[in-house]
Design a protein around this ligand. Structure first.
Ligand SMILES: Nc1nc2c(ncn2[C@@H]2O[C@H](COP(=O)(O)OP(=O)(O)OP(=O)(O)O)[C@@H](O)[C@H]2O)c(=O)[nH]1
Ligand SMILES: [Mg+2]
Length: 421
C-alpha cells in the first residue's frame, strides 16, 4: 500500500439498485482521485437508509470494530448523508465521516486552478456547509458546556446564528465576484456570436477523452500552437472551460470548447456553481458527446451525461456521439455509424473522420457566394477573411474577388458586393 495516501474505509448501502456495484467501484476511483486509498469496503442491503445512522445497528458496531483493527480514522460513504447521520456515525465509530458529496467537493477544490473555478468550488462548498452548520456548532457547544456548564449555552446559540450569517455573507460575496467574471464571459460569448463562428462543445463523463480530442484538433488544425489543454488519467482533470479556434484544411473555421466532465450523483451544489462555465455548452451549435467505449458502464455514463446536460439547462442541440478508446476495447476503428463514430483519440485517421462528421453537421446551412470588393473597402475584405470561409482570392482591376462559403444569415451583410458568376 502507498504510504502517501490516506487509508479509508468505504461504505455503501445496496438499496436494490442494479448499478450498486458500479457506483461502489466509482466511489473507489473518487477516493483515489482524492489521494486516499480504500483498505476495506463494507456494504449492507437495506430497503432504505437508517434515518439516524445510515447503516443498521449491527453493521455500525461492525464498523466501529473495523476502525479499531485497521487503525483507519476516515470512513467514506457512497451517498449524501444528512447532518445528523454524519454526527451519529462519527460518534459511534470514532472516525471522521466524509459523504460522496463532500468527497467530490474536496476533489474539485484540490483541482481548481483558475480564479473562476476556485470561486465556483468555494460557492458549492459554502452551500453544502450552510445546512450542516449545526453539526460543528453543536460540537463547539458540547466543548463549551463541558467546561462552563449551562451558562454558555445562550452564547453558543448566538454563535450558530453568527456562523450562519458569516457563511451567508461569504456566499453573497462569492456570488458577486462570479457575476463580475460572468459579465466579461458574456461579452466574450457575444463577440464570438457576432463573428458568426460556429461552436462545438466536447461533453461527457470524466476521463472519457474530451481534452485529448481537443488537443488533437488544436495540434492539427489550431490557429495557435502551444495552446493545448490538460490531459490526465484521473477524474476531473478539467475544471475550466477552454475555447480554441480551429481552421480546417478546407478553410472552414469553428470554435471548440472543452468542458468539465460529469460523474453520477454530481452534487447539485456543484452543478449550480458551475452553471456559467457549463453554459458554454448550452451556446454550442453542435455537441460532441465523448464516451469511453472500453468501459463496460458506458450506457450508464451516457445516461448520466444526458441527465446532467438537462439539469444544467442545455437545450436540444444536435449531438454526435464519439465512442472513444476503441484501441483499448479491441474494436475496429475508425468506424462511422451515421453521425456517430467508433474511434481512438490517439489515431490520426480517427480524428480526420471525426472532423468530416463535424464539418458535415456544422456547416449544413452554408452557401457559396462570390464578392467583388472595391480596393477602397479594405475593411470588408478583412472582415470576410476574419469571420468567413474564404477559399479563393483574386485581384482584378475593379477590386478583390473573393469566393466565400458562409451561413445564409451572414450573407445579407455582404449583399451589395455580390456578383454572379
Ligand atoms: N487508450 C486510449 N487512451 C485515451 C484515449 N483518449 C484519451 N485517453 C486517455 O484517457 C485519459 C483521460 O483523458 P482526458 O482527455 O484527460 O479525459 P477528459 O474527458 O478530458 O477527462 P476530464 O477532464 O476529467 O473530464 C488520459 O490518460 C488519456 O491519455 C484513447 O482513444 N485511447
Ligand atoms: Mg478534460
Amino acid at each position: 500500500m502507498n504510504d502517501n495516501l490516506t487509508d479509508v474505509i468505504t461504505i455503501g448501502l445496496d438499496l436494490n439498485d442494479a448499478n450498486f456495484q458500479y457506483s461502489m467501484e466509482e466511489l473507489n476511483n473518487l477516493v483515489t482521485a482524492n489521494n486516499m486509498q480504500s483498505v476495506e469496503t463494507v456494504t449492507q442491503k437495506l430497503d432504505h437508509p437508517d434515518p439516524a445512522t445510515y447503516f443498521g445497528k449491527g453493521k455500525v458496531e461492525f464498523l466501529e470494530q473495523l476502525v479499531k483493527t485497521t487503525e483507519t480514522d476516515v470512513i467514506v460513504a457512497n451517498d449524501e448523508l444528512s447532518p445528523s447521520q454524519i454526527r451519529n456515525l462519527e460518534k459511534l465509530t470514532n472516525a471522521k465521516i466524509i459523504d460522496r458529496t463532500g468527497l467530490i467537493l474536496e476533489i474539485f477544490a484540490n483541482r481548481a486552478r483558475s480564479r473562476e473555478a476556485k470561486l465556483q468550488v468555494q460557492l458549492a462548498k459554502l452551500n453544502y456547509q450552510l445546512p450542516r452548520l449545526r453539526t460543528s456548532a453543536s460540537q463547539r457547544l458540547d466543548q463549551q458546556s463541558a467546561g462552563g456548564g449551562l451558562a454558555n449555552r445562550g452564547a453558543g446559540e448566538t454563535q450558530i446564528e453568527l456562523n450562519r450569517r458569516t457563511i451567508q455573507h461569504q456566499i453573497n460575496h462569492v456570488r458577486h465576484e462570479l457575476k463580475e467574471i460572468d459579465k466579461s464571459y458574456d461579452t466574450q460569448s457575444k463577440k464570438r456570436k457576432q463573428n458568426d463562428l460556429k461552436t462545438i462543445a466536447l461533453v461527457g463523463y470524466t476521463n472519457a477523452g474530451k481534452s485529448t480530442i481537443m488537443n488533437q484538433l488544436v495540434k492539427r488544425f489550431g490557429e495557435n500552437e502551444g495552446k493545448e489543454v490538460t490531459v490526465k488519467n484521473m477524474l476531473f482533470a478539467t475544471l475550466d472551460t477552454s475555447v480554441r479556434k480551429i481552421e480546417l484544411p478546407n478553410h472552414k473555421r469553428f470554435l471548440a470548447t472543452d468542458t468539465v466532465g460529469f460523474v453520477s450523483q454530481l452534487p447539485h451544489q456543484l452543478i449550480q456553481a458551475f452553471k456559467s462555465t457549463l453554459a458554454e455548452a448550452a451556446n454550442a451549435d453542435l455537441l460532441i458527446q465523448v464516451v469511453d467505449y472500453s468501459d463496460p458502464n458506458q450506457e450508464l455514463m451516457m445516461q448520466t451525461t444526458e441527465a446532467t446536460l438537462k439539469e444544467i439547462g442545455v437545450p436540444d442541440i444536435p449531438m454526435i456521439k464519439v465512442f472513444n478508446k476503441a484501441d483499448k476495447s479491441g474494436e475496429n476503428y475508425p468506424v462511422r455509424e451515421g453521425n456517430n463514430i467508433i474511434m481512438s483519440a490517439l489515431d490520426p485517421s480517427s480524428i480526420n473522420r471525426l472532423v468530416d462528421i463535424i464539418s458535415e453537421n456544422l456547416f449544413k446551412d452554408y452557401i457559396k457566394k462570390t464578392y467583388l470588393v472595391p480596393f477602397s473597402n479594405g475593411q470588408v475584405v478583412s472582415d470576410l477573411n476574419e469571420n468567413e470561409t474564404v477559399y479563393q482570392t483574386d485581384y482584378t482591376d475593379q477590386g478583390t474577388v473573393l469566393r466565400v462559403e458562409l451561413p445564409e444569415t451572414s450573407a445579407g451583410k455582404y449583399k451589395k458586393y455580390e456578383v454572379n458568376e
